[in-house]
Structure formats: C-alpha cells, structure tokens
Ligand binder design. Structure first.
Ligand SMILES: NC(=O)C1=CN([C@@H]2O[C@H](COP(=O)(O)OP(=O)(O)OC[C@H]3O[C@@H](n4cnc5c(N)ncnc54)[C@H](OP(=O)(O)O)[C@@H]3O)[C@@H](O)[C@H]2O)C=CC1
Ligand SMILES: CC(=O)[C@H](N)C(=O)O
Length: 252
C-alpha cells in the first residue's frame, strides 16, 4: 500500500484529500495543529476505508518541532509516496502601508518556510528510494497579484518558484513535482483570513458558485494518479464564474 503525507489535513482541501486518498486505499499520514480534529478524521476514515492512519499534531512553522516529530515517526511512515504540501493560510487583506507585520510573519512562516521544512525532511528519502511525488498547493494568488493581497500573493509566488526549483533539483531522482493552484474555494480560508469574522467570510462566496474542497482534491488526485512517465507540472483551476484573482461574475 502507498502512503500519502498531507499537511493541513484538519480542514478544507487537506481533509478532502485525506478522504479521496483513503478511498483509493492509500495509508494516510496527517498533520496539522488541531490534533483533536485529526483524531476524529482518522477514526472516521479508518472505519470507512480500512486504511492505516497516523496523525501528527504539528505547527509547520516550528522547525525544531517539525524535526522532532519526524525523528519520532516510525520508519514505515517515512516511506512517503506522495507529499501534499497543503498547510497554509492568509491573514488580513490590507494595503501594504497598513499591513500587520505579525500577519506577514504568520503567512511567510507557514506558506513558505513550513513547506520548506517539511520538504527538506521528506525529499531525501524519496531521493534514496528513487520515487515520489511532491504536490504543492499554490494559488491563483501565485500567478497574479491583486489589491491588498500583497504578502499572501508573495508567499504563493514563492510556492510557484519553489515548485519549479524542486522539479529541477529532483529531476535526476525520478521524483515528480506538481503545483495545484486553485481560485476561490469555500473552506475555512476566508474565516481565517478575516480572523473569525464568518459574516465577512461568507460574503466572499455570495452570488457565484465557488469551488469546493472536493473539486480541488479531485484535481490533486488526477495529478497523483497519472502513469509513471507523466508529470502534471501545474494545474490551475477556478470556478466558472471567476476569470482572474479578483474578476467574478456575480448574480445579485
Ligand atoms: N480556499 C481558497 O480559496 C484557496 C486556498 N488555497 C490554499 O489551499 C491550502 C489549504 O487551504 P484551505 O483548505 O482553503 O483552508 P483551511 O483553512 O480550511 O485549511 C488550512 C489547513 O492548513 C492548516 N494549517 C494552517 N496553519 C498551519 C500550521 N502553522 N501548521 C500546520 N498546519 C497548519 C490548518 O490546520 P490547523 O489550523 O489545524 O493547523 C488547516 O488544516 C492553503 O495553502 C491555501 O493557501 C489556495 C487557493 C485558494
Ligand atoms: C485564490 C486564493 O488563494 C484565495 N481564494 C484568495 O482570495 O487569494
């Protein structure tokens, strides 16, 4: 049986990936900070699909803790076939001159440095086994910038650059590297961006049909299930009612 490691599996796209990969009989290594949620998810998916699941309570920003969690991980769980670098967030939506520097730190530390810390541990074993697939969750915000998106967009542009760089560095070792870049997906993303203001978050998705986490997980599964000689480099998907980072066709 193959193993997928999904960061940010406690909600949204990460959780939807856990479901789809469990259905496909992968063993699941799931990480996020809210470990209680991970336990509930693991119990449900284990019962439904009979796969093995290991959960790790982890803040990807904490380099020391990430290393410790990896060192303590039983060897069988380190043979990762697919790594989904999904943990990420946006905080705030202000012009650069008004931005909150703690929000900036949180986004850069999670979306860029967290992704790097995890990859640094997983990639050497993929290299050793001469197989593996790293799937980074980027965004339309990694392809263009939009008003007030400044630092979030910068982190996702960094993910885009790192995906390309990983593909080059890992080329000799038969390791696939893919970027999956969604537009608007209705998850907890906007609630987190607006720091718990659910009303404001709900308004983001009013007047059009956004992507669901399951839509994105299906695209991720498509990339993960290609034949050995095929790599999907980049997969950009948006709601039909979205044409760019900020251009939506909304019905009132
Ligand atoms: N929703 C959207 O419109 C889009 C989202 N994306 C990207 O998709 C990815 C998933 O987001 P989405 O599912 O929408 O949002 P959610 O808020 O629903 O999920 C985010 C996940 O990331 C985890 N996470 C956040 N910070 C950390 C951390 N420091 N350490 C470990 N885990 C962390 C959260 O778990 P916990 O809080 O338990 O730690 C949660 O499981 C993100 O990278 C996001 O940028 C890209 C384009 C569009
Ligand atoms: C496209 C995204 O990453 C997100 N929905 C955003 O508003 O930037």
């Amino acid at each position: 049986m193959k193993t997928v490691f999904i960061t940010g599996a406690s909600s949204g796209i990460g959780y939807a990936c856990a479901e789809i990969f469990a259905k496909q009989k992968f063993n699941l290594l799931l990480a996020s900070r809210r470990v209680d949620r991970l336990h509930d998810i693991a119990t449900g998916l284990q019962t439904e699909h009979g796969v093995q699941i290991h959960t790790i309570g982890l803040d990807v920003r904490d380099k020391t803790l990430v290393q410790k969690a990896w060192d303590e991980l039983p060897d069988m769980w380190k043979n990762i076939d697919v790594l989904i670098n999904n943990a990420g967030l946006s905080q705030g939506l202000e012009p650069i001159q008004e931005g909150n520097t703690d929000d900036w730190d949180r986004m850069i530390d999670t979306n860029v440095k967290g992704l790097l810390y995890i990859t640094r541990l997983v990639a050497p074993l993929m290299k050793q086994r001469k197989q593996g697939h790293i799937i980074n969750i980027g965004s339309i915000a990694g392809k263009e910038v939009y008003p007030n998106g400044n630092v979030y967009c910068a982190t996702k542009h960094a993910v885009d650059a790192l995906t390309k760089a990983m593909r080059i560095d890992l080329l000799p070792y038969n390791i696939k590297v893919t970027s999956v870049d969604p537009g608007a997906v209705e998850t907890e993303f906007s609630i987190v961006r607006f720091k718990g203001d659910s009303e404001k978050a709900k308004k983001v998705y009013e007047g059009f049909t956004p992507l669901t986490a399951e839509d994105v997980a299906e695209a991720i599964w498509f990339a993960a299930s290609r034949p050995a000689h095929v790599n999907v480099n980049d997969l950009l998907l948006m709601p039909t009612a979205q044409a760019s980072g900020t251009l939506f066709h909304k019905q009132s």
